[in-house]
Write a new protein. Sequence first.
Length: 535
Amino acid sequence: MNQPYVDRFISDHASVICDLLPAKPVMSIKRVSYRKLKCVNMTSLNQDLAATALCPTCRGEQTNLLPDDVDALTRDYNETLSSRTNCHAPLKTKSVRARASAPWYNGEINAAKRLRRKAERIWRKRKLLSDFNQFKVTRNRVTYLMNEARRTFYTNFIKKNSHNQEKLFRAVNKLLISRIRSDIDAMVVDSSVSDLVPDDRVVNKDIALNSFRCLTENEVQDLIQASAKKSCALDPMPTSLVIRLTPLRPVITHIINSSLLTGHFPDKWKEALVKPLIKKKGPDALFTNLRPISNLQYISKLTERAVYDQTYHHMMTHELFLLLQSAFRKGHSTETALLRVQNDILMNIDRQQVTLLVLLDLSAAFDTVDRGILLHRMETSLGITGTVLDRFISYLTNRSQRVVFGEGQSKSFQLPYSVPQGSCLGPLLFTVYSSKLFDIIKKYLPTVQAFADDTQLYLSFQPNSRTSEAEAIEAMELCIKALRAWMITDKMKLNDDKTEFMLLGNHQLLSKVCIEKLFVGDVTVTPVSVSRNLG
């Protein structure tokens, strides 16, 4: 950029003029590893796999299995699939330019861009007005085709997935939010040891869940069809191949049932590759703004789903879910949670009352779960005993992870705390772990709504009464104080400085309110007019 200067003669405003010399960003070149999965002969791979020692061993009946047998079976599964993958689709490496992906890009746009470049070269060579006009026509044609292709692609995508909230969210997120790179290259895990804190609630012994039932091959096939077809670097074979291999169906069924019967979760499945994702935009790359998502082996996620389905059925049958927890169950979502809060606020306005809403912020909620407390709570609150309890103990203990940033990986380290994010069981277990939160809140407040670790506390009061205002503030502060004390005991952390509160009502009602602050721990919180909830 040239030296800027001020020109006072263009208009009555002092304009700052400078020459900018923008340069097209250079596309980076990176090395990528890949396998030619589309070139794999599936008939040959099926025959090759059926001839291995893995498949015949899984045709017998599952009797007198030991935990060591499950580990050995998992090891054979990984080694066999890894060797067959390297044989039929060897790993290759090449250099590529990092281009932004555009699924709507087509051949017509590519041809139009060639004509545009040709017209531009002619115009720059001859400098004729007619050539410049022709260049503008071809340029506008490319712009039109790209906009139309993008619009058509996303219109059809939204129509096709109108009932798939996950795909719609990803599409909207990709359109509206740019990808953010992080400069953080390390993660720190607390390794302190915790003591078991007993729970007050005891479940009826008649509703105990002490064993899992085995699955049929058809049920396992249904699990495969319903699961996301994602692969992890820890997988011995890409998932896109696994789901097409018929000889593997009895093998996978045998492995899942072996784990269910013995109550043992194989050690090979306990390692996760963590790819931190940005959950909050900011100018600085902060550890607290990252969400650690665990990438797990595909077959381990299938086994988790089998455990999840039977545990979920047990909790639904015996009404063990908390009514005010909207996360991770059918018919409930962030939408229903927000609608509940909004409806209560509008009802309070109709009653000429102001709503005091507090949005709590928990720090790394999934990563601070004490497994001893969780297992005790599962036993006393859900009636989890016997082989099922052994299965959860095996699932939660001796877990480890490696952090992946770009091409680099950290060393593997043990996790004395946490439930894995990115798994189907992790969120369900967290709702069980945090269930005592609602027992505490009910002692102080009439209403609360939660979605996983996002909790909204609120109560209403008459705005024209200073006594009513003071009572509302006192009740809210006492509730938060009790929650902070419980969280310290249960190894959870409330971010005092990130907690926000709002006063909600119409202009006439709010004009009568004089609440200026709320004490959260050692922090004085002032009311905000805009806040982000469940995000």
